[in-house]
Design a protein around this ligand. Structure first.
Ligand code: TRP
Length: 457
């Protein structure tokens, strides 16, 4: 196994929090969350989402950090170190594969965002709903262009990772995160002061209680919470493996959850008021269309809209980049730890492999186009991938993590990892109850409920 010096560590606790929050805040917050709120009944979705975050995801975030910091290895190595000669390392392997799988479609959308900085900034996307929609479908139908943009995103991500943990990941996210937060705040102020904003706010904050017990809403909220917080595949575990034994896992986890959740809520304050201030907006319209076809129309009608639009896509690109960094770091760290590869070789080979599996998503695989919800927009393979990973793979990974920490490694052992060097663990009994009982049961019930609904439909 690689020594700590080769693996790297965070320079400070704040550096860790910004890097982990950078992983969490991404397309999932700015595009995914408002889209899901639109489809899931407005404020009711927000309510269910917040419950999932607090009762299920926060305890699992702590659990991932505990595993990683205890073993100081990437997922496969960590599970194997804590329970050698068992099959638990397979959970780690699932995470490594999920990292590459998620990155393969995530980098395609991030590539579109890069192109839209240019399109929005130069005023290339104008006209009515139809024209802007056609622009988006023509653009995404250009396979070679999407493939090229995906390569740009993966190349930028790989470049950061070559710098290692402290002078690569930490240095870049420390610069980007404050800029991201500032830009989101400015855009939220701009959006909520637009004419027609009140209607959008009413939609965002109006609860439709008939959806409260809809199993599909519960599943979507759970999947969204896992995705948004980068949980269920060992990304937080890997970041936790670079954390100093003196830092408090509990406060670090609370900070990351707080930052991620506020950024998602803030994105709602940008998208809904903006959407409702233009004619013919349908809040339940799904997919990347929400961002790439609705917002450019708004920017085109605003004074200074080109600047506002370019700013928005710069924001989206930065948010995506700090997330692709964490997705790529999981398989990279795996090869460094388990196969003792030098970082450089791990980064180059993993990036190449991810690029190859990203090509079908970038080309908008026509074969599965009929499965999607936005025919003709060329995003369907992506939609399918996103649903599979989001709503099933991540919650299942989270469930296994909770069972592992609560019952196999055991909650009391995990708690001693938190309490090293006399660090306090306020609410340790609550955490231990949540991780052993509430997390596994709630996730199993929600997944079971949703599978049953789909099967009997
Ligand atoms: N959380 C990021 C977002 O909201 C995406 C992401 C980064 C992720 N790393 C992850 C999702 C690990 C799941 C697991 O956009």
């Amino acid at each position: 196994m690689a020594s700590t010096a080769e693996r790297g560590t965070w320079g400070s606790k704040a550096g860790f929090i910004l890097a982990a929050a950078g992983s969490a805040v991404g397309l999932g917050n700015i595009w995914g969350f408002p889209t899901q709120v639109g489809q899931g009944g407005g404020a009711v979705f927000v309510l269910v989402y917040l419950l999932c975050v607090l009762l299920i995801c926060l305890p699992i975030m702590m659990a991932e950090l505990m595993i990683g910091r205890h073993a100081q290895l990437a997922p496969v190595g960590s599970y194997a170190a804590i329970r050698p000669n068992t099959r638990w390392w397979l959970v780690g392997l699932l995470g490594v594969l999920a990292g590459a799988g998620i990155l393969s479609f995530y980098s395609v959308i991030a590539g579109w965002s890069v192109a839209y900085i240019w399109f929005a900034g130069t005023g290339a996307v104008t006209g009515d709903a139809e024209a802007v929609g056609a622009f988006f479908s023509d653009f995404t139908a250009n396979g070679p262009l999407s493939v090229g943009l995906t390569l740009v995103v993966l190349g930028a991500t790989a470049t950061v990772l070559l710098g290692g943990v402290q002078s690569g990941i930490e240095r870049v996210t420390k610069l980007m995160m404050p800029a991201l937060i500032a830009l989101l705040l400015v855009l939220a102020v701009r959006a909520t002061t637009l004419p027609g904003a009140a209607e959008g706010l009413a939609y965002y904050l109006r609860p439709d209680f008939s959806r409260l017990l809809d199993p599909m809403v519960l599943l979507a909220a759970l999947g969204q919470a896992f995705f948004s917080l980068s949980l269920g595949m060992g990304a937080m575990l890997t970041y936790g493996s670079y954390l100093s034994k003196r830092s408090s896992i509990v406060s670090a986890a609370c900070w990351v959850v707080l930052l991620d959740t506020s950024m998602a809520l803030l994105a709602g304050f940008i998208i809904f008021p903006s959407g409702f201030s233009i004619a013919g907006f349908d809040p339940s319209a799904s997919g990347p269309g929400l961002i790439f076809t609705v917002l450019p129309r708004l920017f085109a009608t605003l004074p200074g809209g080109q600047l506002f639009g370019a700013g928005f896509f710069v924001l989206l690109t930065m948010a995506a980049l700090t997330s692709t960094i964490s997705l790529l770091e999981v398989p990279v760290a795996h090869f460094i730890d388990v196969h003792r590869w030098p970082r450089r070789r791990a980064v180059l080979l993993v990036t190449t492999a991810v690029f190859l599996i990203a090509i079908p998503s970038a080309l908008g695989n026509g074969a599965v186009a009929t499965l999607g919800t936005l025919p003709g927009l060329g995003i369907d393979f992506l939609t399918v991938m996103a649903t599979v990973w989001n709503e099933f793979a991540l919650p299942i990974g989270g469930l296994l993590t909770a069972v592992f920490v609560g019952w196999i490694w055991r909650a009391d052992q995990a708690i001693t990892e938190v309490q090293l060097h006399g660090t306090a663990f306020p609410g340790q009994h609550v955490w231990s109850f949540l991780i052993r009982w509430v997390c596994p049961a709630a996730i199993a019930v929600i997944i079971g409920f949703a599978v049953y609904t789909v099967a009997s439909a």
